[in-house]
Design a protein around this ligand. Structure first.
Ligand code: EPZ
Length: 410
């Protein structure tokens, strides 16, 4: 429940990034000793990946705000329930394959923002010596003589497929070169973790990554990078609700396109080392055409959040998501709140200028659900947002944090 119309004031600390923690949990399968991830948010996707680790024989438990993974994988079959629910389950195939010579999983689920195939993941593993057999939704990958290095050229800049290639490259004999690798900072975070564990990954953050495999990886303690999409969510919440919030613990450079758009729309933004302050007092103006892209472009995950912040801005905003084909499922909720929006394929048109009122709406995916919260904060009156479990996948303690900033939410 959200009662909108109250400005947000205060300071918020950005938690660790879901999209870094999940690949790091998969990477822990490659480590011969215990792995401690520090300051991990309590997300259902994190719990799901811990269940995957336990399902293959590792120990994975909370220790305060940390997650500790220990023990070696003894079973190659990933639990079907979790793999069907979690997109990130695909990341567990490469390390299992590397350690046990076999991995049994299922075509992964995840938010319904598009088709989201895993063909590029499987293609990379096949080039490294794996055999892939699909029976219905089940996938059986085998590499009886282990994985070997390869020169991979990914068909497209995919975050997940790049992460699969890094994990497989560490487990493989010899050198793996990944061309057309994705540039997202979460990939750099994974490479830094693997190198901290004794791996040799060079070039992460560029489109060409080289991995020297065949090295024994030990355990480590590691603090994952901050969540740039959570930070974007807070910035868009202020733009929607008015007020002034300092977003601490995340470099503004990690979500620069979002801050730039909000500034262009009429918010003011201060950028510091590891923090940003965002404020909004008066009316916002539409910003015309916005297109998402791979990093460092406007993140696809931020598109619904920016849309929510600009629903009442005077003038047009047009958002095109080039990454996923069904990113704007939340547009129905925006309309219910009185926004003048229309969706055609990958494009969301916001005709702007209309004040929002509370409404009963339903989240259909993670970022769409967060976008409905952002819009409700700026709406007059109360909104009820169903589908809270979607939001819980990627936002731990969002309600408490927004309440601490003055929002009436619960
Ligand atoms: C990661 O998903 C993130 N998830 C997504 O965040 C994020 O939106 C996305 O990267 C883009 O930044 C995690 O890190 C767990 P991709 P991923 O592979 O890896 C196509 C959130 O809300 N593709 O970069 O699945 C794909 O269909 C989530 O936190 C293939 O065709 O994204 C898409 O069009 C949502 N075949 C494009 O590439 C493949 O084998 C980019 O997808 C793989 C991808």
């Amino acid at each position: 429940m959200v009662r909108g119309g109250r400005p947000l004031y205060g300071t918020a600390q950005v938690p660790a990034a879901k999209n870094s923690v999940l690949p790091l949990l998969a990477a822990s399968l490659l480590c011969g000793g215990p792995v401690r991830l520090r300051g991990v948010p309590r997300l259902s996707d994190v719990e799901g990946c811990m269940a995957l680790l336990r399902g293959v024989g590792c120990a994975a438990a909370w220790d305060g705000g940390d997650v500790v993974v220990s023990g070696r994988a003894a079973c190659c079959r990933l639990p079907a329930g979790e793999t069907a629910r979690l997109r990130a389950s695909v990341l567990f195939a490469a390390p299992l394959l590397g350690r046990l010579g076999r991995a049994e999983t299922a075509l992964p689920g995840g938010c319904n923002i598009g088709a989201r195939p895993v063909d590029w993941h499987l293609g990379a593993l096949e080039q490294m010596g794996a055999r892939v057999c699909q029976v219905g939704q089940r996938l059986v990958l085998s590499a009886p003589s282990g994985l070997h290095g390869a020169c991979l050229s990914l068909p497209g800049p995919s975050v997940g497929a790049t992460e699969t290639a890094l994990l497989a490259g560490c487990a493989a004999r010899g050198r793996t070169v990944v061309e057309n690798a994705a540039l997202e900072p979460e990939i750099l975070d994974l490479a830094q973790f693997l190198n901290r564990c004794g791996g040799c990954v060079e070039g992460a953050g560029t489109s060409r990554i080289v991995i020297e495999g065949g090295r024994r990886l030990h355990g480590t303690a590691y603090r994952p990078m901050p969540d740039r999409i959570f930070a974007s969510t807070l910035a868009c919440a202020v733009a929607s609700a008015r007020g002034r919030v300092t977003i601490a613990g995340c470099s503004p450079g990690l979500y620069a396109p979002v801050l730039d758009v909000l500034e262009q729309a009429g918010c003011w933004v201060l950028r510091g080392a590891g923090w940003a302050s965002v404020g909004r007092a008066g009316p916002l103006r539409g910003v015309g055409l916005l297109e998402t892209g791979v990093y460092p472009g406007l993140a696809t995950d931020a598109a619904p959040l920016v849309a929510a912040a600009l629903l009442s801005a005077r003038g047009q905003t047009v958002l095109v998501d080039h990454v996923f084909e069904a990113r704007f499922g939340c547009a129905g909720g925006f309309k219910a709140m009185g926004a003048a929006v229309s969706v055609r394929g990958r494009t969301l048109h916001i005709h702007g200028g209309r004040p929002l009122h509370g409404a009963d709406v339903t989240a259909g995916d993670l970022r769409g659900g967060a976008a409905l919260v952002v819009a409700a904060l700026g709406a007059r009156g109360s909104s009820r947002i169903a589908g809270r479990e979607y939001i819980a996948r990627g936002y731990g303690g969002l309600e408490e944090m927004l309440r601490s900033l003055g929002a009436r939410i619960g």
